[in-house]
Write a protein that binds this ligand. Structure first.
Ligand code: ADP
Ligand code: MG
Length: 618
């Protein structure tokens, strides 16, 4: 049977080409591969340096971009032009992040209310995906330098809770960096793979992945069975991590010295400097009992005991999240078979002990917590390359699937990157009185207007019984089975009339076509939003004209001549605005019409109600 879409995972892979695994982290990013000889995952690093690349991008005055350790230095000297934690902005609008805007030392702007955030560095504006692409480019170059071969294909990890927009932004970042992103993998899934969990078909386990990184805490409960990973629940705190621990140590030192935090805010360079000292102290205390260092002429001191007292509230917070995740998954602690530690901050002994005590079992911490996610991504990459045939993998939809709605808009039922098998349904209604049929057109693609997407099939739901507009309830459901075949069904719920179709794409998309469609959707995103707004405004305007017309016809005798004339003029103005490409004008004219008709509509309704009341015996 023909399948819908293509399997980008297996479609055109040349076996020899290397596929890297990338952990694109909030704080640190890194690349890993399966070592061609040992067949073991390894994180790539230059001789004598760390595998970690700080996720920091610096822009200098003439437009040079540096990434990583080199860029991190500028956090102190040029906070405005040094971008960190860009992962927090991926797929977000300004509305999403405005409450936390103060946590960024650089300028986060929004150029319109619907649009995604942008970051200002120097005189230029960058999208989060662009900023992330600079980090990915750096990783790609590093890998190429170390491996002495071109690197074009990658698997990139994201938190399990990332939504479609955030995953899409991550994919876009990969594309912009010149990487073919074969799959987006959940970080906890990757971490589990690095521990060898899920690599055998008979594995049947419930896993808790505790991930405390630099700025975020995630707890994910996974079920693995038959080679399929299922996320049972996720919980966490997007503003809790190693940075908060550092901050707490700084606070402790300030208290000891009798310096106010406000004073610290005034000297940004000093603030960053002392923060770096706090991080050094924290890392030192994972293996030692006392930290002591001279800084700016003052002695900075902290003992492990004090440190543990300071961080206890953070640890407790994470455990509360763990309890909530268990509750959401409907599981008891005893149901967890394995607890996996992820993220640099889980190196703190108190954290490992507390998490172990909470789950009532020792935690798995044998794999380097900074690297474990990237190592798992490399394993996933190797599976995709076809080198590990024993592992069953879930497929994903490479492009969104949806139907055409009023005005030629694309209404997505199954977003791209959704797992297969999958199902989704949504209700629609009729636009006209007595409408007896409804055309269901199925499209694939990321653009807002169906004309820019690919039409897969169309069919008519007929024999809808006669009823007024808006009363019919047509449920359209999409079902993609494990073979990737899409079945579309439409059913009018009041009458039970139904119709279905099996969609078989004539030919699969090539990688190049797929890429073009995705690139087009990125390039045209802004224009698409504007077009959608205009189409929606027009549809609303047309509907308002229709309902007003009907209302007047029914109630002519209760409306004054003056009101009728004003209404006619307002309707004409609205009608005219519909022919122009200006959604604000349409809104203004629609509001004007509403303003005129509202008083008499209310008057007529009130009268009708009071008549109805009078008729009733109380
Ligand atoms: P992310 O996933 O957010 O990119 P990482 O997993 O790389 O972050 O974790 C980075 C955090 O780990 C930083 O806050 C860093 O200070 C902290 N960290 C690294 N090593 C240690 C250590 N030995 N003890 C405590 N914290 C550590
Ligand atoms: Mg991480």
């Amino acid at each position: 049977m023909a399948k819908i879409g293509i399997n980008i995972a297996t479609g055109s892979l040349q076996k020899e080409e290397i596929i890297v695994g990338i952990d694109l982290g909030t704080t640190n990013s890194l690349v890993a591969i399966i070592h061609p000889e040992t067949k073991q995952p390894v994180a790539l690093k230059e001789h004598n340096s760390s595998s970690l690349v700080p996720s920091v991008v610096h822009f200098d005055a003439v437009g040079n971009i540096t990434v990583g350790e080199e860029a991190k230095k500028y956090l102190v000297t040029e906070p405005h032009n040094t971008i960190f934690s860009v992962k927090r902005l991926m797929g977000k609008s300004y509305n999403d992040i405005k409450d936390n805007a103060s946590s960024f030392s650089y300028k986060v702007i929004d150029d319109s209310n619907q649009a995604m955030v942008k970051v200002q560095a120097g005189t230029k504006f960058y999208s989060p995906a662009e900023l992330s692409s600079f980090i990915l480019k750096e990783l790609k170059q590093r890998a190429e330098h170390i491996l002495k071969t071109p690197v074009n294909k990658a698997v990139i990890t994201v938190p399990a809770y990332f939504n479609d927009a955030q995953r899409q932004a991550t994919r876009d970042a990969g594309k912009l960096a010149g990487l073919d992103v074969l799959r987006i993998v959940n970080e906890p899934t990757a971490a589990s793979l690095a521990y060898g969990l899920g690599l055998h078909k008979e594995d049947d386990k419930t896993i808790a992945v505790y991930d405390l990184g630099g700025g975020t805490f995630d707890i994910s409960l996974l079920k693995i069975s038959g080679g399929i990973f299922e996320v049972l629940s996720t919980n966490g705190d997007t503003y809790l991590g190693g940075d908060d621990i550092d901050h707490a140590i700084v606070k402790h030192w300030l208290q000891q010295a009798g310096v106010s935090e406000a004073a610290l805010q005034e000297n940004k360079k000093f603030a960053q400097g002392i923060r770096l000292q706090a991080e050094a102290a924290k890392i030192f205390l994972s293996e030692n009992d006392n930290f002591e260092k001279l800084f700016n002429g003052d002695k900075l001191l902290i003992s492990r005991q004090t440190f543990e007292k300071i961080i206890q509230p953070f640890v407790d917070k994470t455990l509360t999240c763990c309890a909530n995740a268990l509750k959401d998954a409907g599981l008891k602690k005893e149901a967890i078979d394995v607890v996996v530690m992820v993220g640099g901050s889980t190196r703190v002994p108190l954290i490992k002990e507390s998490v172990g005590a909470f789950f009532g079992r020792p935690v798995n911490d044998s794999v380097n917590p900074d690297e474990v996610v990237a190592l798992g991504a490399a394993i996933q990459a190797d599976i995709l390359a076809g080198n590990n045939k024993d592992v069953l993998l879930l497929d994903i939809t490479p492009l969104s699937l949806g139907i055409e709605t009023m005005g030629g808009l694309m209404d997505v039922l199954i977003p791209r990157n959704s797992k297969i098998p999958n199902k989704a349904s949504r209700q629609y209604t009729t636009q006209k009185d007595g409408q007896s049929g409804m055309k269901i057109s199925v499209y694939q693609g990321e653009r807002d207007m169906v004309k820019d997407n690919r039409k897969l099939a169309a069919f008519n739901l007929t024999n809808i019984p006669s009823m007024p507009a808006g009363l019919a309830k047509v449920e359209v459901s999409f079902l993609i089975n494990a073979d990737g075949i899409l079945v579309v069904k439409a059913k009018e719920l009041r009458s039970g009339v139904e119709q279905s179709i099996e969609v078989k794409a004539q030919q699969d998309l090539t990688d190049a076509e797929l890429e073009k469609m995705l690139l087009d959707s990125i390039t045209n995103a802004k224009e698409d939003i504007a077009t959608r707004a205009l189409v929606e405004a027009r549809t609303e305007g047309e509907q308002l004209l229709e309902t007003t017309e009907k209302f007047i016809q029914k109630n002519t005798s209760h409306i004054t001549k003056e009101e009728l004339m004003q209404t006619a003029a307002a309707m004409q103005a609205l009608q005219l605005s519909l022919t122009m490409d200006d959604k604000d004008l349409i809104h203004t004219k629609a509001e004007a019409l509403n303003g005129i008709s509202r008083p008499y509509a209310e008057r007529i309704m009130d009268a009708a109600i009071s008549i109805a009341m009078k008729g009733k015996a109380v």
